[in-house]
Write a protein that binds this ligand. Structure first.
Ligand code: RP5
Length: 164
């Protein structure tokens, strides 16, 4: 596999079930990526180091997912000018609303592109779309994926009775 250009960071291994679809989506699109467990709270130094050195190591986009006290995306954004996509996870009794607020409400100057609660697939697709700005092959794959999705909707529509 080529060197990773996307890093999927999760605050805990317990997040992996919710984030596996991001890795699967990137794999389907042929985007080399790495999945790491790094915590803003439990391993702050290691997290900062990975964020700081990412660009020099060839990374182009970070995807950061966390559920409890979800500061990971912001902590990474503080250390890099690479694009950071935040994925708030429904991991606490607050069903992800706390993670959403913690991830999305970044102060001016430190952007995190936050997707929906548990939005792993969209995080991967957004990362791919960022990469596809300068990768026509990837742009074509994304367009094919959308065409397939539209065809599925049309087929679902056609399968239901009661049309005039
Ligand atoms: C967050 O706390 C992690 O991202 C995870 O969603 C949550 C709970 O982590 P564990 O206690 O399961 O390791 O930092």
């Amino acid at each position: 596999m080529a060197d990773p250009i996307v890093a999927i960071l999760m605050g805990s291994k317990s997040d992996y079930d919710l984030m596996r679809p991001a890795s699967e989506t990137l794999a389907e699109l042929g985007v080399p990526h790495v999945v790491r467990v790094l915590s803003a709270h439990r391993t702050p130094e290691a997290t900062a180091e990975v964020a700081r050195t990412g660009r020099d190591k060839g990374l182009k986009v970070f995807i950061c997912a966390a559920g409890g006290a979800a500061h990971l995306a912001g902590a990474v954004a503080a250390q890099t000018t690479l694009p950071v996509i935040g994925v708030p996870l429904a991991r606490t009794p607050l069903a992800g609303a706390d993670a959403l607020y913690a991830t999305v409400q970044m102060p001016a100057g430190m952007p995190v592109a936050t997707v929906a609660i548990d939005g792993a697939v969209n995080a991967a697709l957004l990362a791919a779309q960022i990469l596809a700005v300068s990768d026509l092959g990837l742009a074509r794959k994304l367009a094919e994926r959308r065409a397939a999705s539209a065809a599925r909707v049309a087929a679902d529509d056609a399968s239901l009775p009661g049309k005039p």
